[in-house]
Design a protein around this ligand. Sequence first.
Ligand SMILES: Nc1ncnc2c1ncn2[C@@H]1O[C@H](COP(=O)(O)OP(=O)(O)OP(=O)(O)O)[C@@H](O)[C@H]1O
Ligand SMILES: CC(=O)C(=O)O
Ligand SMILES: [K+]
Ligand SMILES: [Mg+2]
Length: 580
Amino acid sequence: MSQSLQFITPSRAPYFTLPKFPRRSCTLFPVINLPNTKRSITITPSLSSFLHATSSRSLPSGNSQTGAAGVVSALSVGATGIEVDAVTEAELKENGFRSTRRTKLICTIGPATCGFEQLEALAVGGMNVARINMCHGSREWHQTVIERVRRLNDEKGFAVAIMMDTEGSEIHMGDLGGAASAKTEDGEIWTFSVRAFGTPRPERTINVNYDGFAEDVKVGDELLVDGGMVRFEVTEKIGPDVKCRCTDPGLLLPQANLTLWRNGSLVSERNAMLPTISSKDWLDIDFGIAEGVDFIAISFVKSAEVINHLKSYIAARACGSEIAVIAKMESVDSLKNLEEIIQASDGAMVARGDLGAQIPLEQVPSAQQNIVQLCRQLNKPVIVASQLLESMIEYPTPTRAEVADVSEAVRQRADALMLSGESAMGQYPEKALAVLRSVTVRIEKWWREEKCHEAMELPDVGTLFADSISEEICNSAAKIANNLEADALFVYTKTGHMASLLSRCRPDCPIFAFTTTTSVRRRLNLQWGLIPFRLSFYDNMDGNLNKTFSLLKARGMIKSGDLVIAVSDMLQSIKVMNVP
Ligand SMILES: Nc1ncnc2c1ncn2[C@@H]1O[C@H](COP(=O)(O)OP(=O)(O)OP(=O)(O)O)[C@@H](O)[C@H]1O
Ligand SMILES: CC(=O)C(=O)O
Ligand SMILES: [K+]
Ligand SMILES: [Mg+2]
């Protein structure tokens, strides 16, 4: 075998002359014309002034570290060019190499953000993945959103990936006859019924999607809406109608999830009999496959079986295009079968909204930590979701407790954080995203500088000897990068696997991941610390390195003397070198 670890002694500045944290070398607004590209780099005046407007409007003042991306350049395409997300590139220059954001950000798209300009503002603000939730809106509505995101990517040089989230077949309310919400007061009597109400609908009536509802509930049961945001006590059953008295008032939202509690425990037999993927979900999945979404998130996963089933369905249907399957951890069963579910999936989501309705709230933080850690050990990306900045649905600033919650998820080194109502139907979607970004960058930097991260045991994930070689190479490369205080790790990867192995190590420097396909590049957008580029490869490492160095230098993304550790899944090797 010719697999080797190849160490090339840096020819220029020896490591010890490199500054510990290179000063920010940000030249703002360079207009560069790259040779050999079909399109030259352009900055549209409207977009750059828009960027300025966004940055001054939406960011806490006096925090230069977290300023909005200051540079946008359109993508360059072509056999000899390189494609990188315009905003990632801008953030890289803005914050400096080592301080660029590692944690990825997901925004749920809803009525507040479905317009082209609104989507663009989120992309500029750092959205890596747009999530569409099939619980709400029609397929036509979602299709329009997908089409707009794709157009943004094509026309403006973003690489926003799309995640479709299934409805799942838990019990939930219907819509509110067109109203965006309904307020409940303490002591009010509301009727929950399987009956479809006509218009105008009688006051204080809610439709429930599950036919057996009235038979299953008992007088005295507690009915939790949206994981306990509003609570009722069942007082009376009349045919299909269930009368309930409000005990914890709040706001009812359309399609909100319902859970029943009896004598302090969750009544879960009913949900256990419902399929994880409903017939409507299968139609939505077909829609997602046809639209070529990047991720499908499955709600209320109970076992690995359903994930395997879906993955083989996608493989048979989506010939060639790979769609990653994300398992949403939001039920008691998902926690029971955690390891096998994560193992079978391409990633997981800590869906704290519904999870908090199924287990006591005080157990949610430990469940989150377990899921995040297990995902890292098994090398699967993990998303922390729901209520991160809930108060920003209504208010322009977050609570201190929310900032602390975001910080904790960043400290746990989750791959991605997700906005739900804040971006879907809140009043301040861009501000919420700006808060996520500023808190994320600041906390990451603080922990890196304090060197407080506990070392994590990273077990072998692959079964083949070749997998073990890749893992050893990535673990070693990350360690070398930390010890030498390298400026960046470079990984040349066709499938993205080596990139994810490097990401798993959570190294101190950013990881430039070069890959040949647009779909892999978009998928890598979900993973911690990865800066995905699309590049056509030579079949030798030196050719790739030289090409990358000259392209990135031309764009001002690296400079001579920067220390780079490079690995590749074509020729398994580690190279340590200064940028010539
Ligand atoms: N496409 C949409 N159309 C209308 N409203 C939406 C849409 N997407 C989200 N929303 C609104 O934003 C709120 C929060 O979004 P979110 O995706 O968290 O939904 P959810 O109903 O809490 O379900 P889930 O448990 O799947 O997250 C929803 O309750 C809904 O009011
Ligand atoms: C995201 C989601 O589905 C939840 O938190 O319940
Ligand atoms: K959902
Ligand atoms: Mg949920």
